[in-house]
Design a protein around this ligand. Structure first.
Ligand code: 5GP
Length: 122
């Protein structure tokens, strides 16, 4: 069996998280270190490490991640004012958890500098 990621453990309820939505394909939970009033992570059950590891077979799943984020934004009443969706990819992209996740940020005006790190100068 593939090694479990941190997010797989959340999806399987092995470690606690503020889960807002879950079905067979996708789980949505609150980011533990929110960078905006609303900061959710939309995570596929399938533990794909990063966008770099996607194949054509994953096209529907990626679509579902985006559509789930859209629905969450609508349900939270933040869609009309706008929000941001981010996939961080790899080291330069600032990806810390090797299990694809879509950040949904919103609920307030967002600057453009989110997720920049000092360590990114290498
Ligand atoms: P990345 O930097 O990989 O794109 O984003 C990973 C996100 O996961 C970060 O925003 C971080 O705050 C969040 N995170 C890391 N560990 C946990 C955890 O144990 N629980 C939750 N809910 N979020 C986490």
């Amino acid at each position: 069996m593939a090694e479990q990621t941190l997010f797989t453990k959340i999806i399987n309820h092995e470690i606690p998280a503020d889960i807002r939505y879950q079905d067979d394909d996708v789980t949505v939970f609150a980011d533990i270190n929110p960078r905006a009033k609303v900061h959710l992570l939309v995570v596929p059950t399938k533990a794909i490490a990063s966008i770099n590891d996607l194949t054509d077979d994953d096209a529907l799943l990626v679509g579902k991640l985006v559509l789930t984020a859209k629905k969450m934004a609508e349900d939270l009443g933040i869609a009309a004012d706008g929000y941001r969706l981010i996939f961080n990819v790899g080291r330069h992209g600032g990806q810390a958890v090797p299990h694809i996740h879509l950040h949904l940020l919103g609920g307030e005006p967002l600057g453009f500098g989110g997720f920049a790190t000092k360590a990114a100068s290498k």
